[in-house]
Structure formats: C-alpha cells, structure tokens
Ligand binder design. Structure first.
Ligand SMILES: [Zn+2]
Length: 150
C-alpha cells in the first residue's frame, strides 16, 4: 500500500513537473507569434470605439481615404500596364506613364472612377497642376474645382 502510494506520488510529481513545463513552452510559442502579429499591425489599437472617435474628430474621411488608397494601388498598376504611354502629352512630357492623373480630382467619391483616370508621366502630372487652363481646355481637368476661379 505504502509502495503504491509513493509510486503514485512520484508519478504525480512527474506529472506536475511536466504540466508546469508544458504550458510555459506553449505560452512562449504563442508570445512569439503575438510579437510578430503586433509588429505586423504596428501596435494598432483594437478598441471598436477607435473608429467612432476618429470619425467624430473629423478624421473619418482620411481613414476612408487610407482604405481607398490601399484598394487603388493594384488598380493603378493594372491601369498603367494597359496604358504604358502618357495620355496627357504636355510640352514637358516624358511619354512613359508612371502615375494616374485624376481629371475630376482625387476626392473620395471621384478617385475610384476609372473614367476620370489618365495615364500620366510625372512631368505631365505636375504640368496639369500648374497649367490649369491648358489642362481644362484639353479635358484633363473637369468639374467645378478651379484654381483661378474662372
Ligand atoms: Zn506626359
């Protein structure tokens, strides 16, 4: 009886030792993963209130814009693959389209409208910003948003 008891106790001790060690290993593994997750997320707070708070502060638009910009990048890439040549061709054109010019501006509502997109080189993208009239006459700028208010 006593032998059996001490055997049982020894087994219990071993089991306890294992039990104590096992979860520590598991926790260590999880925390490594967690570290990577946190690093990937850039310590972004997870509270559901965060969005509402930012929206009330007036950052709602920029948060939406961040989402739009993330969604639009692959669309830009596809667009420029189909249209590798600059469509604006200003006097300063370098011909190779590297970016997308938005003829109707880049507001949240207009930016996703591919009909308002023009494949543009860097030079032309700057040119239409500076030469508002030139761009408007050629339809590279449309809408009410005018720099010279004419
Ligand atoms: Zn160009």
């Amino acid at each position: 009886m006593s032998t059996t008891n001490s055997d049982a106790l020894a087994r219990l001790h071993r089991a306890r030792e294992k039990k104590v060690k096992a979860p520590r290993k598991a926790i260590a593994k999880v925390s490594e993963k967690k570290k990577a997750e946190i690093a990937a997320e850039g310590n972004k707070p997870r509270q559901p209130l965060q969005r509402n708070t930012q929206f009330k502060k007036g950052d709602g638009r920029s948060e939406k814009m961040r989402g739009v910009m993330a969604a639009i990048k692959p669309l830009y890439r596809d667009f420029l693959e189909k249209k590798p040549e600059c469509e604006i061709q200003s006097p300063e054109c370098t011909y190779e389209a590297t970016c997308v010019h938005h003829t109707a501006g880049r507001s949240v509502n207009k930016i996703m409208d591919v009909k308002t997109w023009k494949a543009s080189c860097d030079a032309c993208n700057s040119y239409v910003e500076v030469h508002d009239d030139w761009a408007r006459k050629r339809g590279f700028k449309v809408g009410r948003h005018s720099k010279d208010n004419s």
